[in-house]
Design a protein around this ligand. Structure first.
Ligand code: PGA
Length: 245
């Protein structure tokens, strides 16, 4: 099971202390039942890497520039730089970036250049509430997957995070049966169209220590991408403990 902490635009140097408890938890990870990945803001990547380097916890970035090589892009960070500070993952296609204008074509470029630079991808997909109401979820997911993965090599380096946009930061999660169907749909799509037999599909959107009891019943989910609750290490640990320990 994967547990990915997406800190978004939160965190400062002091927040490093909150990792101590999580490091303790990582030491009782018998048989590698779970994998913990922290995605702090760029400013903390290097510090997180150093703090976590002798543990099983890995580090990822939350986005990157699409260019594979360095270039004159003021304010941008590419996957080469992310890799250089010890991070192994990068989140790509998060809805908060899609809503800022990130297109499927741009997302596809980011995925390709990040894989070339040796990063693993946490590829986010998900529909809006109005799309869901219009029963367009499968269409939207198909579109995002097909365009995002177009001509991507080494698909085994991609983890998928299904994050319905209406669920992110709202406290609302999909009902169990619907979510199960959505995850099955994604897995089937990846198996049939991309020959990915064992794709890891995580769920993200308002995961917290309370609703984890419901989410854990869906045993085809391979992990969770946790935003708000991951900034509180007690809550993050609770989510892990309630599911795998
Ligand atoms: P949330 O965020 O857990 O705060 O809903 C999840 C995400 O955006 O990845």
């Amino acid at each position: 099971m994967y547990y990915i902490a997406n800190w978004k635009m939160f965190g400062d140097k002091k927040s490093l202390n909150s990792l101590n408890k999580v490091i303790k938890l990582s030491k009782i990870n018998k048989n590698n039942k779970f994998k913990l990945i922290y995605c702090p803001p760029y400013t903390l990547l290097d510090l997180f890497y150093k703090k976590l380097k002798n543990t099983s916890i890995e580090v990822g970035a939350q986005n990157c520039h699409e260019n594979e090589i360095y270039g004159a892009y003021t304010g941008s960070i590419n996957s080469k730089m992310i890799k250089n500070v010890g991070a192994k993952y990068v989140i790509i296609g998060h809805s908060e970036n899609r809503s800022d204008g990130e297109s499927d074509i741009l997302i596809n470029k980011k995925i390709k250049s990040s894989i070339k630079n040796g990063l693993k991808i946490i590829f986010c997909i998900g529909e809006t509430l109005s799309q869901r109401k219009k029963k367009l979820t499968n269409k939207i997911l198909t579109n995002q997957i097909t365009k995002g993965l177009s001509n991507v090599k080494k698909l085994s380096n991609v983890l998928f995070a299904y994050e319905p946009i209406w669920s992110i930061g709202t406290g609302v999660i999909p009902n169990k049966d619907d979510l199960e169907k959505d995850i099955i749909f994604i897995k089937n799509k990846l198996r049939n169209n991309f020959k990915l037999k064992n794709a890891k599909v995580l769920y993200g959107g308002s995961v917290n220590p309370k609703n984890i009891a419901i989410l854990k019943k869906i045993n085809i989910i391979d992990g969770f991408l946790v935003g708000g609750a991951s900034q509180d290490s007690k809550k993050f640990i609770d989510i892990v403990k309630k599911t795998v320990i």
